[in-house]
Design a protein around this ligand. Structure first.
Ligand code: HEM
Length: 501
């Protein structure tokens, strides 16, 4: 009996030692390479506080950004070593100059587990990515977007009716913004009216399911970035299948109707571009424009676009609500533009300098995507440093850390649009301001995203006064989710402007 107990004990001891050795086997990886690193703890590595939702990933990286003074530092996600680059010159090298060696995101999406996400522009690997981006970029060209203005009018009307119904009340502005950006992107991509202010079960619900903040969804997103082995083990899909199914039905309907029209009705939207691409029977590296791969692009544009734009819009409205002087100055600029131009065209909006400054400063203070990631494709010697990055290493650029670095943006907590005026904008060091990323793989929807955010702000300031209310928190507390969110939402009150214009 005693012998059996001792055997059990020995077995448990050996198992514990083996587990410990297995999970800590890499923990001197960065030390060996003389790279400063965030101390790991058993099993979780350095990311315990993100894993338990105690820190926003962007904030977590930022906190250490400010602690380490060199050009880079390392950390461990479970056993995997990650490299965070902090020096703007090195960021430029990775994102732009040596892009070919860093052209993929560190985002492992298995085609067998998630065929839709893995074949979309966001996740697909180079060289197929480059080919696909060239084919899809015309859809988001300046010329096409200029024609978007007519579509936006319908979205403005829906927003207007919603605000009229909620005058003087506490409005959850993030939700309102998400409904507006959902309507705008669905109209622009699919030519469909989503009517998210009335129909909460349609695209809005699909969007919530795609990027909602439920515990399960946050966990899956976390695993995609930090624990791909868990994704593989449990076959997690990045986007919930019921949300994909909803977009599939809507996409198929629109696609079939358009095909049935035999090209007679052209909306110049994503559907038209995709129909044209399908007709050409193109093939690259095994990738074809099959129906499923067309859907992948539709889902990618929808999911990548509406949340980032909604977050930017909501935070811009928050800052205008808590900074009445800035709100008034911006309203005056808009009034002047309305008086000068008969119609608010794309060009007229583009010329509103103070509006651009306010939106730019919003994206500095609240970058929708708080960190950018790339994968080192081939072993790479870092120019001017002793470090050699091994093939397969995830590289992180902490956008939040850069935007809140006092060296680049003094008094970073202050909302100060003047940072982006004509005198100051050229002082911003390259690759320290990255709301849309940088280099060939930066955001393809930047112009559209900015237009949607700006048109909503213009419409609101022409008709309403934005005010903070007793629920408004200042400063905003961020929640632990990759796309930046505010803990208590973005509560604000809207009152009718006496002399709406
Ligand atoms: C204010 C709004 C937006 C912000 C702040 C934003 C931000 C970003 C960022 C930071 C990235 C990653 C860039 C990188 O890795 O270097 C990205 C990628 C991307 N965004 Fe946006 N985005 C916005 C709007 C949109 C819109 C409206 C669309 C489409 C309709 C869109 C589609 C995409 C796609 C497809 C990618 C992946 C591009 C590729 O890998 O080639 N985004 N976005």
């Amino acid at each position: 009996m005693v012998l059996i107990r001792i055997t059990y004990l020995l077995f448990a001891l050996i198992l514990t030692i083996l587990t410990y050795v297995y999970f800590t086997r890499n923990y001197n990886y960065w030390k060996k390479r003389r790279v400063p690193f965030i101390k790991p703890t058993f099993f979780f590595g350095s990311i315990l506080e993100i894993a338990f939702g105690r820190s926003h990933p962007g904030l977590f990286i930022a906190k250490h950004y400010w602690k380490f003074t060199g050009s880079y530092f390392g950390f461990f996600a479970f056993t995997k070593p990650y490299l965070v680059i902090t020096d703007p010159e090195l960021i430029k090298t990775v994102l732009i100059e040596d892009f070919n060696n860093f052209s993929n995101r560190y985002f492992h999406c298995d085609e067998k587990i998630d065929p839709v996400m893995s074949n979309g522009l966001f996740a697909i690997k180079n060289p197929t990515w480059r080919w696909l981006r060239t084919k899809l970029s015309p859809f988001l060209s300046l010329n096409k977007i200029k024609h978007m203005m007519a579509n936006i009018e319908e979205c403005d009307r829906n927003l207007h009716n919603y605000l009229e119904d909620n005058l003087g009340k506490n409005v959850e502005t993030k939700e309102m913004s998400a409904r507006y950006t959902t309507d705008a992107i669905v109209k622009y991509c699919f030519g469909i009216s989503a009517n998210s202010f009335i129909n909460e079960d349609g695209f809005r619900l699909a969007g919530k399911k795609m990027l909602g903040q439920s515990f399960g969804r946050s966990l899956i997103v976390f695993c995609y970035y930090y624990a791909t082995w868990i994704v593989k083990l449990f076959k997690f899909q990045f986007i919930e299948s019921s949300a994909v199914d909803f977009v599939r039905d809507a996409f198929e309907n629109a696609y079939c109707q358009r095909e049935a029209n035999n090209g007679k009705v052209k909306n110049n939207d994503l559907i038209d571009i995709l129909i044209d691409l399908k007709k050409q029977n193109l093939e690259f590296n095994g990738f074809t424009f099959s129906r499923e791969n067309l859907l992948a692009q539709a889902v990618t544009f929808f999911s990548s676009g509406f949340e980032a734009a909604a977050s930017t819009l909501a935070f811009a409205l928050h800052e205008l609500g808590v900074n009445q002087d800035i709100q008034e100055k911006l309203r005056n600029e808009i009034k002047t533009a309305v008086v000068t131009h008969d119609e608010l065209t794309f060009n007229a909006i583009h010329q509103m300098k103070y509006l651009q400054m306010c939106v730019s400063e919003t994206m500095r203070k609240y970058p929708a995507v708080s960190f950018i990631h790339r994968e080192c494709i081939d072993t790479y010697k870092v120019p001017g440093h002793e470090l050699t990055i091994e093939k397969g290493t995830p590289i992180i650029v902490g956008v939040y850390g850069l935007h809140y670095n006092k060296k680049y943006f003094p008094d970073p907590e202050k909302f100060d649009p003047k940072r982006f005026n004509a005198n100051n904008i050229h002082k911003i060091i390259n690759c320290t301001y990255l709301p849309f990323g940088d280099g060939p793989r930066s955001c393809v929807g930047q112009t559209l995203g900015l237009l949607i955010v700006k048109t909503a702000i213009i419409h609101i300031l022409r008709n309403y006064i934005i005010e903070k209310n007793s629920f408004t928190t200042e400063p905003i507390i961020l929640t632990p989710f990759p796309i930046i969110q505010s803990k208590g939402g973005v509560p604000l009150t809207f009152r009718r402007l006496e002399s709406a214009f």
